[in-house]
Design a binder for this molecule. Sequence first.
Ligand code: HEC
Ligand code: HEC
Length: 467
Amino acid sequence: MKTITFTALSITLAAFLLSNVSTIKSSAMVLTIFNEEPVLPPEPFEYTFDFPNYLFNLEADTLGYTPGGIDSLNLSTITDDGATLGRVLFYDKKLSALENISCGTCHIQSFSFADGLDLSEGVNALTKRNSMHLNDLAWTNHDGFTWDLEHTDLVDMISIPLTDENEIGADLETLILKLSITDYYPSLFANAFGDSEVTEERIISALSQFILSINSLNSTLDQTIIADAELSDLQKEGRDIFASACGSCHVQGNHFGFTFEEGENPIEIFPFFFSNGLEEGEDLGSGEWNEHLSHLFKVPTLRNIALTGPYMHDGRFETLEEVIDHYSDGVVENEWSGLFIPFDGFQFESSEKEALLAFLQSFTDESMLENPKWSNPFDIKSMDQNSLQSSIKIVPNPSRDFARIEFSNPLNKQVNIYVTTMDGKRITSASNFENSYGVDISNYLPGTYVVQIEIGRQRSTQKLVVY
Ligand code: HEC
Ligand code: HEC
């Protein structure tokens, strides 16, 4: 490896009345399901969380990231009832002018809230840029949003997709009226804000509470600190490469200053946005709002990065392998990138590429993808998911020698049961048609394991601690 020294169509009431008829195909016939109401738990899910201390005082080599403080932490506004309302709004197609799109259309849970497309289908056209993942926004991004970092305030930021003709395309006055007469909203607003009045500020505040609650703090990498999971040797090798080649730009929320003097207003640019030596396209990035900053883009968090492809502001790379190839051999020299990336790229050996990839994969938090609190409450499948998820019990837990896994299987379907280590190595697999399974864990090493239950298309996980 080479190193370097240092979105308004007006809404008609008719469209409203025709809303929410979704069609589900079964093998023999087509059923029409009027899925009008979100299905919510009797008590709200817990959205508030304590920010883990270890992220405030990392040792340089712990995560392969530069140590230091988190200088923007946006958790104080979150309440469980506020985020619950936010969850419903996020997935409710009623918000859009034609009632065909929601935030959840372009921000999908199984892709860590990106959407797996290079550009997304908006109401009328493709979006200009690649949809962004929404994990860990509360702390990884120094209050800078979108690929060109034009928006520094989440509240402003959210009103953009909400009203952008090509995204949600809501006319806010009509929207407020519409939500006020939709039967499930008044109580949700009252729980969240004390009374049932629907206002623009409240809509945006609830959406932002929901988004800010989304975190990947259960990733394998985090587990190496809070539990006794270990990175593989390959991942450790990748961590060292990451620390020297990538960590200078992709820091974990800590942002050291690098100011760009423009007249009397110095703009702090690094590493909030920068250039990583991509071949330049038509999109000027931050240059769209400041001519001096052409072709600079947000340095996105790499948490959950294995889930969020295609990559870069225009989705030009399909896979992480292609991203690594870019940094290795595809870098195009420009005035910015050369500060941190050799002009002809890092020239990784193939073993180094493999190690780097393995390390990037340790940033994945699988549990986030299945967590019902961030799932679509209008989705029939996710209702099944919720009931399976809430039915899984492991007794005792923590346990030693033997554990019983209980789950709801009222129709006695085939159940597949898997136990894996935190980094995904399968240790036990079994199947039966019952509603429980006893697992012999006498030869398991102490630590945290993942129990996965699969019934038909439903899949849910729970943790098992062995001592
Ligand atoms: C049609 C697809 C689409 C829809 C619908 C959509 N978004 Fe986005 N979202 C995008 C794209 C594309 C970007 C990147 C925009 C850019 O950089 O110019 C983005 C960026 C964001 C960001 C910035 C993330 C970051 O890391 O900077 C947030 C926050 C966000 N969207 C929230 C929402 C919310 C809330 C809604 C619903 C009100 C929503 N989005 C609806 C496509 C969409
Ligand atoms: C000079 C600063 C810099 C360095 C060094 C750097 N990156 Fe980046 N990285 C960026 C910027 C800026 C972007 C966004 C570029 C764009 O979309 O135009 C980015 C984007 C990415 C993305 C895509 C993110 C997404 O959400 O699509 C990945 C993956 C990535 N970098 C991985 C790495 C790896 C691995 C290394 C080390 C080999 C590395 N980066 C080194 C600045 C840097």
